[in-house]
Design a protein around this ligand. Structure first.
Ligand SMILES: Nc1ncnc2c1ncn2[C@@H]1O[C@H](COP(=O)(O)OP(=O)(O)OP(=O)(O)O)[C@@H](O)[C@H]1O
Ligand SMILES: [Mg+2]
Length: 466
């Protein structure tokens, strides 16, 4: 479909000529002979032109007034002004309003086409960004947290309230897989900072020395290996939201530095002299153990209280099993769409088993189960065969289907029947088993720290001996 271009020109002949020239190069060119006509097209008929080519002085006023009005209504599109006597004061105002360019009349068609093409490129890029932001906004509205149980309603109600207030810190607690990450995204995208960046940091993902440079950035040569200057994640979150996932895993001295940065609203890059101002909101996610960590002195109380201005406790799936009725169809639809399958009916026996199950991995576990069942389904019926909900402790025991162990090897299926999480869980439980469930030994074998291993052991509900 050709893109629309609006020509606002009172000299009818010139306007018609411009329209014809632009139509020849693929535009759907529309002409308006005065501001009133242009305003009707833009504001009432939603013409949404990609580019507007406007004479500056029209019989019923100045085109800049219309541009100002249009921008005030959030109508996008690039504007190019044609002017015979475009004085400096007017061009300054035009630039402030975000005009794309000026052309002196008379203007050769070839030059005009070039400027119009540039404006179209710019307008398309802006349109794409806006569409994406709108899509994200829909995907991460409070409605994205699915469920009709009182607990889910309460979460959504709180989300809607929190989206209205410019909070500086917020802590989300909840078991693994309950939707803490999802809630952080909803809070960012439906709040006042939605137009700013959302920067996610997993505090368990990196060793301490890398983490500091990652968070605060560094200057060139700040330490061995620091080649160029690098903006840290905190700096990148300026104007938006910093999402600290697994907050409890942050090392104590970094906790102190982070607290200082939040209180002073300034940071200094590693090896840097200058202080940089930062303006951001912090959302932190953690499991409930953090209060125990604070009590034990393993987590700084001052940082915790600074962040926990607001708290959001996400309910477990087992405490709101009636939400399976909402979650299941949505998830089935999602994986149907991805796989081209058309699972439509859920047998009573499947419902029965799903509602009797305890869901230690919460919604993530449900999601993985639905993914597996939809991918492996042969027809429109949700297959009971692939549920693999073996016993009361649920996924916490046993090996997933397809995984085979022999001697010092573990073989995992790559046919889509196992999610990455399930693979990680399988690897961990296997290595733990081989090392008599000893955390230190297992951590050594896997080249990780005891803390990181403990975190994952808890996340997947695995058994350890000490
Ligand atoms: N109420 C819900 N409605 C829809 N999807 C949900 C809901 N809760 C969780 N999910 C989905 O479940 C999956 C797991 O959620 P998420 O990653 O946010 O959990 P988490 O609490 O951050 O877990 P972890 O502590 O392991 O990081 C995601 O795909 C998320 O979109
Ligand atoms: Mg998470």
């Amino acid at each position: 479909m050709p893109d629309t271009l609006l020509v606002i020109e009172d000299e009818r002949l010139l306007g018609a000529e411009l329209c014809a020239g632009l139509a020849a190069s693929g535009w759907d060119a529309v002409q308006a002979v005065d501001l009133a006509a242009a305003q009707r097209l833009l504001c009432e008929r939603n013409l949404e032109p990609l580019v507007v080519l406007a004479d500056m002085n029209l019989p019923d006023g100045n085109a800049l007034d219309l541009l100002e009005q249009v921008r005030g209504r959030g109508i996008a599109g690039e504007w190019i002004f044609l002017t015979a006597y475009g004085g400096i004061p007017e061009s300054v105002r035009a630039l402030k309003l975000g005009a794309f360019d000026f052309l002196e009349k008379p203007c050769e068609l070839e030059r005009l086409q070039m400027v119009v093409a540039g404006a179209a490129r710019s307008a398309r890029a802006q349109r794409r960004l806006r569409d994406e932001a709108r899509l994200r906004g829909d995907r991460y509205s409070p409605q994205a947290f699915i469920g009709h149980s009182p607990a889910a309603l309460e979460v959504r109600d709180l989300l809607a309230r929190l989206a209205q207030v410019p909070f500086s810190g917020l802590v989300i607690t909840g078991e693994t897989g309950t939707g803490k990450g999802l809630l952080a995204r909803i809070l960012h995208h439906s709040g006042p900072r939605a137009a700013g960046p959302l920067i996610e940091v997993n505090c368990a993902a990196l060793p301490r020395d890398l983490m500091e440079a990652e968070l605060f950035g560094h200057e060139a040569g700040a330490f061995t290996g620091a080649k160029g200057r690098r903006r840290g994640l905190i700096e990148q979150a300026h104007g938006g939201t910093l999402f600290l996932d697994e907050l409890g895993e942050l090392e104590l001295d970094l906790q102190a530095k982070l607290l200082k940065a939040i209180e002073d609203r300034r940071i200094r890059r590693v090896g840097g002299e200058r202080e940089l101002e930062i303006d951001l909101q912090v959302i932190a996610a953690t499991n409930q153990r953090i209060e125990q960590q604070v009590a034990d002195g393993a987590f700084r109380a001052d940082l915790y209280h600074r962040l926990a201005v607001f708290r959001l406790d996400v309910p477990t799936l087992r405490s709101r099993k009636q939400d399976l009725e909402d979650l299941l169809p949505v998830l089935i639809q999602e994986f149907n769409a991805r796989s081209g399958h058309r699972v439509e009916t859920i047998p009573a026996v499947v419902w029965g088993r799903l509602s009797a199950y305890d869901w230690p991995g919460n919604v993530r576990e449900l999601r993985n189960l639905v993914e597996r069942c939809v991918l492996l389904a042969d027809g429109p019926v949700f297959p009971e065969r692939w549920l693999h909900l073996d016993d009361a402790t649920g996924a916490a025991t046993g090996q997933p289907p397809g995984a085979v162990t022999e001697e010092n090897r573990l073989c995992l299926p790559l046919d889509g029947s196992l999610s990455l999480d399930a693979m990680e869980r399988t690897i961990l439980s296997e290595v733990l088993l081989r090392n008599a469930e000893n955390v230190s030994l297992t951590a050594r074998v896997l080249g990780t720290t005891r803390e990181k291993l403990r975190y994952r052991v808890q996340k997947y509900g695995l058994k350890v001996s000490d």
